[in-house]
Design a protein around this ligand. Structure first.
Ligand code: ATP
Ligand code: LTN
Length: 328
């Protein structure tokens, strides 16, 4: 069975972008692949996190995985820091990574832009992500469009290791949705919707109450025109709302254009909000049940137990190939 791995940072409440770009594919792939889904807490601390918030968000992201339909009896769900082999392989791969490769990463450039001081962890972050993937020799990595560049580096590092130390790592492929790979901010269609954007109106959070969702969508930026048409170059805001509409309602973009022909934005936005509310309602109900049942700790513990042996074996093999003296 082919292996699938992905991770989401507990750096804030998850957004509709995380759900559409990544989690929906996790749920689909668990039926046909051996799956590893992680809450990547070691990645989240590459920018400052309040300790209490980090703990709460880690539990919350894991609960959202389950609420969205990931079945812990089919997929291993765990916290990255519960499997220390990730950090160890991360270091080994950091030593194979060039500064120039890291300097080119657009996520690093975006997150460090305008900051007086930038943590070194943010810079070497992609080598740790490569370790997450390679430690299980994953074949496929379901992510949104913004992670493509990190995946390219992971592939390069796998090939570099293989050519220096002999064939060992599987070179993984990205698995990016055709529609919804990049949901944009509601207030600025040139930026991706992101959970750590401080402007609350920019993102729909998966746990937003219905009235908050309605308000955010009614205030979403549009253009001064009045046509509901999908045209990314000329109507990026409306096109983004149409993508969300399509993904939440199951209607095609053409069907949406036809339905709203000759109508104004107000009615379209009202209907869109109801589709988003309906899509998120079952997930929110399930989330509340899981949080109050207190089962998340057990699920994470079991997940880490399932995967630790594979990860530890990879680190042993890699160290042996690199020339470390192995304990006897
Ligand atoms: P942060 O703002 O803290 O960097 P984020 O919202 O960008 O977080 P990540 O944890 O970095 O989220 O991403 C988790 C997954 O969700 C990744 O696979 C990423 O590609 C995907 N993703 C994030 N934002 C979007 C988006 N706007 N559209 C589609 N996919 C997205
Ligand atoms: N870098 C990713 C999160 C991430 C990840 C991974 C995704 C960390 N490790 C391994 C896929 C596979 C992000 O910022 N979204």
């Amino acid at each position: 069975m082919k292996k699938v791995l992905s991770g989401i940072q507990p750096s804030g409440q998850l957004t509709l972008g995380n759900y559409i770009g990544a989690i929906q594919n996790f749920v689909k792939l668990q039926e046909t692949h051996e799956c590893f889904f992680m809450v990547v807490d070691l990645h989240a601390i590459t920018v400052p996190q309040d300790p209490a918030d980090l703990r709460e968000q880690t539990e919350s992201v894991a609960a959202l995985f389950i609420a969205a339909g990931i079945d812990p009896s089919k997929a291993s769900v765990f916290a990255q820091s519960h499997v220390p082999a990730h950090a160890e392989l991360g270091w080994l791969l950091t030593t194979l990574t060039n500064m120039g490769e890291l300097e080119r990463m657009t996520q690093f450039k975006d997150k460090s832009e305008g900051k007086d001081s930038v943590g070194a962890g943010l810079f070497v972050y992609p080598a740790l992500m490569a370790a997450d993937i390679l430690v299980y020799n994953a074949d496929l990595v379901p992510v949104g469009d913004d992670q493509k560049q990190h995946l390219e580096l992971t592939r390069d590092l796998a090939q570099r290791f293989n050519s220096r130390y002999g064939d060992y790592f599987t070179v993984p492929e990205p698995y990016i949705p055709k529609v919804g790979a990049r949901i944009m901010s509601l207030d600025d269609a040139s930026k991706k919707m992101s959970k750590s954007n401080p402007n609350a109106g920019s993102a729909i959070k998966l746990l937003d109450p219905p009235d908050v969702i309605r308000k955010k969508i009614s205030r979403a930026t549009t253009d001064s025109g009045r046509e509901i048409k999908y045209n990314l170059a000329e109507k990026p805001e409306v096109s983004n709302l149409m993508s969300i509409y399509s993904l939440c309602s199951g209607m095609s973009l053409e069907e949406i254009e036809a339905k709203y022909e000759g109508q104004m934005y107000g009615g379209f936005k009202k209907d869109l909000a109801e589709h988003v509310v309906a899509k998120l309602e079952p997930l929110q109900t399930k989330y509340n049940e899981i949080r109050s049942s207190g089962t998340i700790h057990e699920i994470l513990k079991q997940g880490a137990e399932n995967v630790s042996e594979i990860a530890n074996q990879t680190v042993r093999d890699v160290k042996e190939r690199m020339g470390f003296l192995m304990p006897r």
